[in-house]
Design a protein around this ligand. Structure first.
Ligand code: DC
Length: 225
């Protein structure tokens, strides 16, 4: 039986990097579902379709004009738009905002959730996102809600941006993080919330390694059950 692990949490909680490391240690695949919403977001931008135009965006997906897919090369997730690897394009602030906007639409969510569920059925996987424990894998073997204070999340984001050569005041980043939380937690369809049976891991006062260890121990404990 494939094992399924659901990790949800707000922006900047470190889900992607923590989950990548956890999956390498466990030797299972990691599906970063945010990358799929980002791929839809950049597809809308590229086609010149407004990220408020629900009907046109849903049509891009359902008509097959924009085909979102994921494959793995040497264990690394490659997110594809019509066969093109878009990994290098989806990590910008612009792609993140577009993803947050298009992820409000039920038709977009239905389309991506079906792809995610089909992948998780085939093999053992860890999925991370906003609605994994609540909607995509309600019967997951392990559910984790990974979070941290908005200050800590903003500080980490600022450090990443500085490393990439961009200096943005901390207050501005805190505002952005809180605005994104608001949008993700208050949209009508599948808002971000903790599944009732998810264990909360708050990484505000944990190092990266400590957070990885905590997540690993929760998964190992669930496997033994
Ligand atoms: O995790 P991320 O920052 O890459 O996600 C980008 C956006 O996609 C985020 O604003 C919320 C949305 N998202 C979602 O609605 N559901 C998911 N399962 C994953 C991401």
């Amino acid at each position: 039986m494939p094992i399924s692990i659901a990790v949800d949490g707000p922006v900047g909680a470190g889900k992607t990097t923590i989950c990548d490391t956890v999956c390498k240690k466990l030797g299972i695949l990691h599906l970063d579902t945010g990358a799929m919403y980002r791929a839809v977001g950049i597809s809308a931008l590229r086609k010149g379709v407004s990220t408020d135009d629900e009907e046109s965006i849903v049509r891009l997906l359902t008509s097959g004009e924009v085909d979102i897919d994921v494959e793995y090369r040497d264990g690394e997730q490659i997110t594809l738009v019509n066969g093109e690897n878009v990994n290098g394009l989806i990590r910008t602030q612009e792609a993140g905002s577009a993803a947050s906007a298009v992820s409000r639409f039920p038709g977009v969510r239905r389309h991506l959730v079906a792809l995610q569920q089909a992948m998780a059925k085939r093999q053992s996987m860890l999925l991370d996102g906003r609605d994994i424990g609540t909607v995509v894998l309600p019967d997951a073997d392990v559910k984790i809600y990974l979070t941290a204070s908005s200050l800590k999340r903003a500080e980490r984001r600022r450090a990443q941006l500085l490393e990439a050569g961009t200096d943005i005041p901390l207050e501005e980043i805190i505002r952005e993080v809180e605005a994104r939380d608001y949008q993700d937690m208050n949209r009508e369809t599948d808002p971000l919330r903790r599944a009732e049976d998810a264990v909360v891991v708050d990484s505000s006062d944990l190092t990266f390694e400590e957070t990885v260890e905590r997540v690993l121990s929760l998964i190992k404990a669930a496997k033994k059950e």
